[in-house]
Design a binder for this molecule. Sequence first.
Ligand code: FAD
Ligand code: MLT
Ligand code: ZN
Length: 456
Amino acid sequence: MLIEQLQKIVGPKGWTTDPVTLKPRLTDWRSVVRGATPIAVSPACTEEVSAVVRACADANVAIVPQGGNTGMCAGAIPDESGTQIILSLARMNKIRAVDAANFSMEVEAGCILENVQNAARNVDRLFALSLGAEGSCQIGGNLSTNAGGINVLRYGTARAQVLGLEAVLADGTVISNLRSLRKDTAGYDLKHLFIGSEGTLGIITAATLKLYPDPGPKTTALVALGSSGDAVRLLAHLRSAMSDSIEAFELVSKYVFDLVEKHIPDTLVPFSTAAPWYVLLEVAGNNNGSLLENVLLEAANSELLLDAIIAKNSAEAERFWRMRHSIAEAERAEGPAQKHDISVPVSRIEDFLQRGDRLLADLVPEAQLLAFGHVGDGNIHYNVALPEGSDDGPRVTEAIYELVEEMGGSFSGEHGIGRSKRQFLSKYRDENEIELMRTLKQAMDPKNILNPGKVF
Ligand code: FAD
Ligand code: MLT
Ligand code: ZN
């Protein structure tokens, strides 16, 4: 009965019950988690989303919002009961308006991130969010997970790119504030409830996004380093010398780049001598290329770095970035490691990595560490590949999270909680914070139909 009602709301192009079409939507990008559903619906507009949610609320049926399904915590996958429906935003993919003079644009939630970036570029503007999955993740998914990526150092996370938001609540009510204002102090800023709440408080249907001026010509460099601490010191040095022209500063261990070379065709770390750590960095702006060259030269003279290659042209820069953006794929090809998406204060990255090494050596000496991440954000992907058949996973995770907690960090730096990290939220967040989160959830979704089993 509900199924027919949903089919009617979204029309013949807006649903599927075909098991073959549904299959890729029922497992996460890493193929670690599986779920079941009777139907996936793809509404074409906000009114249809609202009608779908209202029908589900009346029938007490849970809804799992799904964007590009590139999330790393299985937040977009229904549970195994086969009762939860998938609500895909894929058909809501219009760029509604671009206002170059106001440095803003209004987009529907199902727009692919790369299309949003291109629409901004077409009017000489920058949409500052960028990450490896940008060719398939959706802006609604980016906002729901408060995604990070490679440019947070300069521009902030997804949350910082939003001026206005439209969302559908658990009873179908539409909350719409798509104003493109930089200043608006009228009451609570409700958009932040939906950003980063992983589809548990509402379904994002559209957003007004902040744009920046084109930051100018880019210079990309790959740097070989003797230690992770040198990466932190080099970043501080660069920031002092070049202020906020540093767009990206990404750390990658030798082993991680070895995996990229092994699994991703036509990739090669271009140094004649291998180093334990590499940084891929990018600066933007006229004249900043030569400034970067001088700063790197100085850093080499004072033995802060081992070697550096500045990309000669955009093709070489793209080759460097391809290696960085392929890390998740290489890791998946090797056999998904146990992910720890942690953050610590930037000044404590080296200490964390050293203590983490000792901890792993004690717990599982045969474990292989895959460490990489966003140095400027203190966000390290501290992933651990355990020997086949090992049951040390939970012990390792617990020990790493305890270390992170002790260092004033977060067990969930970038990807959210989803289905995979929910058991840790109440352990590592203050009781009063958890209580307030639950109060909000209860008030906004009293029937618990919006992405249940995620976050909490
Ligand atoms: P999905 O995976 O479909 O959904 C993610 C969560 O958001 C789910 O809980 C889902 O229910 C909810 N959701 C989706 N759309 C909506 C909506 N419209 N309204 C309400 N809830 C919704 N992440 C980073 O932060 N930084 C990175 O650098 C990064 N790099 C990546 C690289 C690769 C190769 C891959 C595969 C992933 C990477 N990710 C990264 C993770 C992922 O791409 C991001 O979390 C992304 O923002 C998810 O977008 P999506 O559209 O795929 O969302
Ligand atoms: C990245 O930084 O590449 C992403 O967050 C993806 C990952 O953690 O694998
Ligand atoms: Zn990341």
